[in-house]
Design a protein around this ligand. Structure first.
Ligand SMILES: [Zn+2]
Length: 1091
């Protein structure tokens, strides 16, 4: 084919192809291609101009046609078949020009059309000759690196084409030519995206060849050196290569190189090199052997020292993060200082020999962190939509009941309002107040006389009496002062705590110091739940947690004012640590004490987003300020280096660190994850509520639903209005009131749920007009604590059988999960007597999100969200499930409708919400999620939630229930809450997935297993581009070779030269161009390609 014809036809196709595949914004680059074509052919090309105008300007929406798609293929096949250098260069230049503008879409289009294969074939063709032509090879390698970088199968394709070892060979023969070296290295780096290719290169000495290209500090050929480090790093993506690099001692080599570059690069010209070395080390320490080598070669000390210098310089901040990651990753794993990973509290379950948790999790070596990191990665990347239930039958049809009907009659006693003889019952109702006899006239009396408590709905004496009946595993004999004395919300609101910049960095460095300066570390156990004989030093803090809801297993003094705290796992289990509640004393005022809770399990926490723990001071309380307050500074939450004591589980632990400066010396203070609310507090509260209501107006009845595993009673409370009279009409109205069932605190660590429930109960018993209306409209059945044993024993998630009770609803075991079994039984009972509740809501706490929101159940939304093919058009669904959340969005300041969702997940199929919806047919079946932190919207935006806001939420939830009543008698009440308007057809909001974390990524990396933090503008593409535009560190011999021509060309470079020519055209074909004034690429670069 004649050259002119070839170029013309290629370019015609090319323009068409690219116009078809690219957006109109690429017009400028198309113009350049046309100019290039004219340039190649030496004439103007009216035909191309015509095509260009016709196809590009007049028909901007045209998509690639058959003929156009064949155009690129012609271009690519010509590249593989054409023999002459000039044509090949022309094609490469056209391709390069087209790829250097626009988006990655062009590259992906080219890959789809076989671009990678064509480039590889050309590489093999030109690279295999005895004396390879680098005029072609260098642009070819550049292009291949660019395209291959985006081609996920490039490694395999390169192996098939035989290009892998060829490139390695080219590299071996060009060690002295920096440009050639860099080009080969980029391609090798790209090939290593495939494990087998990386291994192939490793097996053929690739590691050694490339390692030798990384010199001591120099200012020459920096781009080639960086390319070598990056290629070396890319090779370390496989276990075999890491192993080989470690065994060859390259870790110490890399450390030595880093130290060398760090100490000599005083002008900070090689930051990118230093960064690349750190990334290389991060990869090399992916294996246990790598980390060991890093440790034994003094890597931690070196990086600790270099990081100190980097911290002082603004330029070097980008080196701090990878240094920190590397140190954290390589710090040796330290077993938790406990004798057993099992909870200090064990409970002998009925009918089982011993701890089920042990037998369920077979022994795993803790030295499997590589696999563990992968597991975590997979879990994080899970496509959560897979979890949505798409089986229409499972969504629509209830399963068979879990028990025979005969067993349900026992629950009739919990509906006394249906068969109630009000007069007689009133007389009987006075039992149960004898508990007060249990309290002794002791110090309590004197305290109360002197300080006077006076907290509404709280009575310390009653609390004592009730608590004495509470059964705990350790048989608590001491009350925590705040529970006994009571809590009043502090005046005003507490804003979220601002996060100090780089606070985590500072804390981690302090932790690393422990490893480096072991002499400074005290490591003295000052509290041990399992060792009451422990002797405490007189000047250390004292800790205590053996009281209801208390959780602290061990406290270790690390430095003078720093303590490591270890939480007790859930009873009969070795996990679920999060909740804490303990007493601390013997402090000195105005000294900042650092506390580290070192065995947290959740992968992130609101403690990274402005949340503070809560503190209660006895001295303050006795001075008339009995407040739980948010407190603590320097708070952050990050992954640490502790591992389980016995290595039974593959566990990652996180540190919650905070600093407390106590106001008083010699005070007794309490610290907790969140405002505590004990079982005894609930029982005392119910008694007070019962006494507070007017029995002539309010029907309030507390009964025992069942006994828990430990023998505590699980209360069920009925609240409704007494009938106005005993006439048939009024009794009939009472007996036809719809039911509303509310539950909470199935998860013991979610004390916020109890505070919200406290608000609900107090409101429902109040004289408020809306409360009266609600009592007249509904019968409320409240089971305020579904997991009393867990709450009492300070567990976070489970019951005494180490099971999450909110995953037992499908088939609850009557012996092991009695509270769930009987709550469900009671709901079944309501169902079969035709009194299915109109609303069911289970109150919870959410540890990772702000605001309050509801999860509900909708078939349609679940199917839509899952992208299911099921036709939902004919599917009828009552949208009434949205009324309550929509109403709450308007009337409850902490509530956010945008956080709600109504999706049915398979993983949640055994939760209260889903089971009550599906099996009992309750349309409005909800989980209420309450933040531990605060709000990011509404009038409380930026504030942390207090107990008052929790209680307010409980009250607002009651308000919202007015929206579901159709009883005209109480419609007037709606006017009391003027915000409520009843629009049942609101489907405007899109729901989102409830698993999503709504927080932005944390400012500092919580994990340390991630990849190397990237350096801005330092990716492969920009390296290649900038290399093409740079001559400063080019090969010496190239410089000499072309110095003459360089002079000659300098004049051209001053004129505005098309970038196409700058890149790839040999000098003899160059002509000054008038195009692209915006091009900044330097022409001089083109010199080295001269023949
Ligand atoms: Zn929960």
């Amino acid at each position: 084919m004649n050259r002119q014809k070839l170029s013309a036809s290629l370019l015609t196709s090319c323009i068409t192809v690219w116009y078809g595949s690219c957006s109109a914004s690429s017009r400028k680059s198309l113009q350049r291609v046309v100019k290039a074509a004219e340039h190649i052919t030496g004439t103007r090309l009216p035909a191309i101009q015509d095509i260009y105008h016709q196809r590009c300007l007049r028909r901007p929406s045209m998509t690639a046609t058959l003929s156009s798609s064949s155009g690129l293929e012609v271009l690519l096949s010509t590249l593989q078949n054409v023999g002459d250098v000039e044509s090949t260069l022309n094609i490469l230049s056209v391709l390069d020009e087209l790829l250097s503008a626009g988006t990655d879409r062009r590259i992906h289009y080219m890959i789809k059309k076989g671009g990678s294969e064509a480039l590889l074939t050309a590489l093999v063709k030109y690279g295999h000759t005895f004396s390879p032509n680098y005029t072609i090879l260098i642009p070819l390698l550049h292009l291949l690196a660019k395209v291959g970088h985006k081609d996920r199968r490039i490694g395999m394709k390169a192996e098939e084409a035989g290009a892998v070892l060829l490139t390695l060979n080219l590299l071996k023969h060009n060690g002295q030519h920096a440009r050639r070296t860099a080009a080969c290295l980029w391609v090798i780096q790209v090939f290593c995206s495939s494990v087998s290719t990386a291994n192939l290169i490793g097996e053929n000495n690739g590691l050694d060849v490339i390692y030798r290209l990384i010199p001591q500090y120099t200012t020459k050929h920096l781009h080639a050196i960086k390319a070598a480090i990056n290629a070396f790093s890319a090779l370390l993506c496989t276990k075999a290569n890491v192993c080989s690099a470690v065994s060859k001692g390259y870790i110490s080599g890399l450390l030595w190189l880093y130290e060398d570059w760090h100490s000599k690069d005083t002008q900070d010209v090689a930051i990118a090199i230093r960064h690349a070395l750190l990334c290389c080390l991060l990869k090399a320490t992916d294996s246990t052997a790598g980390r060991q080598a890093f440790l034994s070669q003094g890597g931690i000390r070196l990086l600790y020292q270099t990081a100190q210098t980097c911290l002082l310089s603004k330029n070097l901040q980008c080196l701090v993060e990878p240094s920190m990651q590397l140190m954290r990753k390589c710090l040796p794993r330290v077993p938790l200082p406990v004798t057993s990973d099992q909870s200090a509290y064990s409970f002998l379950l009925p009918g089982t020999p011993a701890f089920p948790d042990v037998s369920e999790t077979p022994g795993k070596s803790s030295d499997e962190s590589d696999a563990e990191a992968e597991d975590n990665h997979e879990a994080n990347n899970r496509d959560y939509d897979d979890d949505l239930e798409t089986d229409l039958n499972k969504l629509r049809l209830p399963p068979d009941p879990d028990r025979p009907k005969e067993l349900l009659t026992q629950y009739s006693c919990f509906c006394p309002e249906l068969s109630h003889d009000f007069q007689r019952e009133d007389e009987q109702d006075n039992e149960g107040d004898g508990t007060e006899e249990f309290y002794h006239h002791t110090i309590i009396d004197r305290l109360l006389e002197r300080h006077g408590a006076g907290i509404p709905h709280h009575d310390p004496k009653l609390y004592c009496a009730v608590a004495s009946k509470t059964k705990s595993i350790p048989e608590f004999s001491i009350l925590a002062f705040p529970d006994f004395w009571g809590h009043l919300p502090p005046p005003g609101h507490q804003p979220m705590a601002p996060r100090k910049p780089n606070i985590q960095r500072q804390k981690v460095l302090e932790d690393i110091q422990r490893f480096l300066k072991t002499d400074d570390i005290i490591n003295h156990v000052v509290f041990d739940l399992e060792d009451s004989n422990l002797q405490c030093q007189s000047d250390s803090l004292r800790f205590f947690s053996k009281f209801e809801s208390g959780n602290l297993r061990k406290a270790v003094q690390v430095r003078r004012y720093e303590y490591d705290l270890i939480l007790n796992p859930d009873v009969n289990s070795s996990q679920h640590t999060q909740w804490f509640y303990f007493e601390v004393s013997n402090m000195t005022a105005d000294v900042p004490y650092r506390f580290n809770v070192i065995n947290c399990e959740k992968s992130n926490s609101q403690f990274n987003y402005g949340m503070q723990p809560v503190l209660y001071s006895v001295k303050e309380a006795l001075e008339g300020r009995p407040h739980w307050i948010r407190t603590g500074t320097e708070i952050c939450y990050f992954r640490n280096n502790f591992c389980p004591a016995q290595g039974r589980r593959r566990t990652t632990f996180y540190t919650l660190t905070f600093t407390i400066t106590f106001k008083h010396s010699e005070d007794v203070c309490y610290l907790a994850y969140h405002y505590p609310y004990t079982y005894s507090a609930l029982m005392a509260h119910l008694k007070i509520l019962q006494k507070s209501v007017d029995p002539a107006k309010v029907f309030f009845k507390q009964q025992t639903l069942c006994s828990t595993l430990a023998g505590n009673s699980c209360p069920i409370v009925t609240i409704t209005a007494c009938p106005v009279s005993r006439r048939w009409k009024d009794l009939h109205q009472l007996r036809n009131r719809p039911y509303i069932v509310l539950t909470s605190r199935v998860h013991p660590g979610e004390s916020n749920a109890s505070w919200v429930m406290k608000g609900t109960l107090e409101f429902l018993c109040s004289n408020d007009l809306v409360a009266q209306s609600l009592r007249e409209a509904f019968v409320f059945k409240v089971i305020p604590m579904l997991n009393p044993d867990g709450v009492i024993n300070g567990t976070n998630r489970c019951d005494l059988n180490s099971k999450d009770l909110n995953r037992q609803w499908s088939k609850p075991d009557p012996l092991l999960s009695p509270t769930i079994y009987h709550t469900k039984g009671f709901l079944y009972y309501l169902n079969i007597i035709g009194r299915t509740p109109v609303v069911f809501c289970d109150y919870h706490g959410h540890s990772r999100k702000k605001n309050v929101f509801l999860y509900g159940c909708s078939i349609k939304e679940t199917l839509w969200q899952s992208g299911s093919a099921v036709d939902t058009v004919g599917l009828k669904e009552d949208p009434g499930y949205r009324t309550i959340p929509k109403t709450l969005d308007r009337i409850a300041p902490t509530f956010s409708f945008n956080s709600c969702n109504f999706l049915v997940e398979k993983s949640r199929s055994a939760t209260a919400r889903v089971v009550v919806w599906r099996e009992m047919g309750v349309l409005r079946s909800y989980t209420m999620e309450n933040t531990y932190n605060g709000c990011n919207q509404g009038i409380y935006k930026g504030l942390q939630t207090g107990t008052q806001e929790h209680q307010e939420m409980g009250m607002k939830f009651c308000h919202s229930l007015l929206s579901v009543t159709k009883d005209s008698r109480i419609l007037y009440s709606r006017k009391l809450i003027n915000h409520i308007d009843l629009d049942h057809n609101m489907l405007d909001h899109k729901s989102h997935n409830c698993f999503e974390d709504d927080e932005p990524p944390c400012a500092e990396e919580i994990e340390y297993s991630g990849g190397c933090p990237t350096l801005k503008g330092s990716d492969l593409d920009s390296d290649i581009d900038s290399s093409m535009a740079r001559v400063d560190d080019d090969d010496d011999e190239d410089d000499k070779e072309h110095s003459a021509q360089k002079h000659q060309q300098d004049s051209i470079s001053q004129s505005q030269q098309s970038s196409i020519k700058n890149h790839l055209f040999p000098p003899q074909t160059r002509q000054p161009s008038v195009d692209t004034p915006s091009e900044r690429r330097d022409l001089r670069n083109g010199l080295s390609i001269a023949k």
